[in-house]
Design a protein around this ligand. Structure first.
Ligand code: NAP
Ligand code: F7E
Length: 337
């Protein structure tokens, strides 16, 4: 892997699934990495604890700052202090179902949060003479009801407050590129998972549920709509694509996915089989509380542009992703119990 010496990156959302993988990738490439962490009453740095470096270590490469996407003043202060060359906005209220319960908050963080960073960068850009680059974590959820396969030209028909907030942030990112000449890119990423996936997203909920059943802690797993189809990939590979987008000569938007789609039911079936539990039908019950007021029925990425321009290709196959996640959770529960 080519080393990039002494570049400085700032990651909003470093404690999340993608933020933790991106931090690893950038540190390996030789970057100095700064991350923004929310103050919480419990530890929220589990995904990056292995990267933590003692603040007394003079040659450390990872720095954490308290901040929140609701707080424009602190965003501005951190950017001015860190003087980053690359800024990645991965922070969001990222749960689609929850966005129906807290739509206004979702818009404020997932939508306006991106605008707050863009506004701070608009001024910072003048100071640096245009040397700063911005990455926005756009989402396939923006396509919503648009028929598949979806690519960079597909219209956005969002089906959730989260999707609508991401469309706003996406449009603002494009606007700051056009209006102010900011190097601003949006990665329109389809669902991507890993053992670090949040426990309430469906894939991790399934694999964690299976581990709890195997460990004798639960008897049932309660799920919602099993007919929805998703294009599921592996998070670390998708984070590498984020970095590639930022290394292009010109800012541009890219769809990142696998091009393959599977129902939630298929994920469930394969995961129970992999765990050796036999038929999933013995364990899974449908609970309508997990249905959404509006659903995105099918997502399939058309990644021709990313393949051609970024030379990026997904590597992990659906069945291998299921295997990785199932065994990670089974082993984790074995260690704990
Ligand atoms: P995630 O695991 O939910 O991580 C979200 C991150 O945002 C966490 O670090 C979280 O901090 C932080 N955050 C939440 N609210 C914040 C606030 N008010 N101020 C500052 N930080 C805040 O999400 P992910 O799966 O890594 O996804 C990364 C980004 O890509 C998100 O923007 C998501 O919407 C988008 N995306 C994800 C997918 C996917 O399939 N994973 C697909 C397309 C787009 P805490 O750790 O303190 O909660
Ligand atoms: O749901 C169905 C649910 O919550 C996937 C986020 O990363 O990807 C993610 O959003 C499907 C939906 O992900 C349960 O109805 C069934 O059809 O894992 P999910 P999502 O909504 O696709 C996009 C690209 C993002 O950008 C988002 O940030 O699974 N489903 N039963 C269920 N979903 C959940 N969560 N829980 C269930 O019990």
């Amino acid at each position: 892997m080519a080393k990039t010496k002494n570049k400085t990156a700032l990651i909003f959302g470093i404690t999340g699934q993608d933020g933790s993988y991106l931090a690893e990738i950038l540190l390996k490439k030789g970057y100095v990495v700064h991350g923004v962490v929310r103050r919480a009453s419990t530890f929220n740095t589990a995904r990056i604890n292995h990267l933590y470096q003692d603040p007394h270590n003079k040659s450390r490469k990872l720095f954490l700052h308290h901040g929140d996407l609701a707080d424009a003043g602190t965003i501005r202060k951190i950017i001015n202090k860190v003087k980053p060359e690359e800024v990645y906005n991965l922070a969001a209220q990222s749960h689609v179902k929850v966005s129906f319960e807290i739509p206004e908050y979702t818009m404020d963080i997932t939508g306006n949060g991106a605008l707050r960073i863009l506004e701070a960068l608009r001024d910072f850009q003048t100071e640096t003479g245009g040397k700063v680059k911005f990455y926005q974590a756009s989402s396939s959820e923006m396509f919503g009801a648009a028929p598949p396969p979806q690519n960079e030209k597909t219209p956005f028909i969002p089906q959730s407050p989260y999707g609508a907030a991401k469309v706003f942030a996406h449009n603002m990112t494009n606007l700051y590129r056009d209006a102010y000449g900011l190097f601003a890119v949006s990665g329109i990423l389809f669902n991507h998972e890993s053992p670090r996936r949040g426990e309430t997203f469906v894939t991790r909920k399934i694999t964690r549920g299976i581990a709890r059943i195997k460990a004798g802690l639960d008897k049932k797993l309660y799920l919602g709509n099993l007919d929805a189809k998703r294009d599921w990939g592996h998070s670390p590979e998708f984070c590498e694509a984020m970095w590639l987008m930022m290394q292009q000569p010109k800012p541009n938007d890219f769809v990142i996915g696998t091009g393959e789609t599977h129902t939630v039911r298929e994920f469930v079936e394969l995961a129970f089989k992999e765990a050796g539990l036999g038929s999933w039908k013995k364990y899974v019950e449908i609970d309508p509380q997990y249905y959404r007021p509006a659903e995105v029925n099918i997502l399939v990425a058309d990644t021709r542009k990313a393949k051609k321009v970024l030379k990026w290709q997904p590597k992990t196959k659906f069945k291998d992703l299921v295997k990785i996640m199932v065994w990670n959770d089974i082993n984790e529960f074995k260690v704990k119990n």
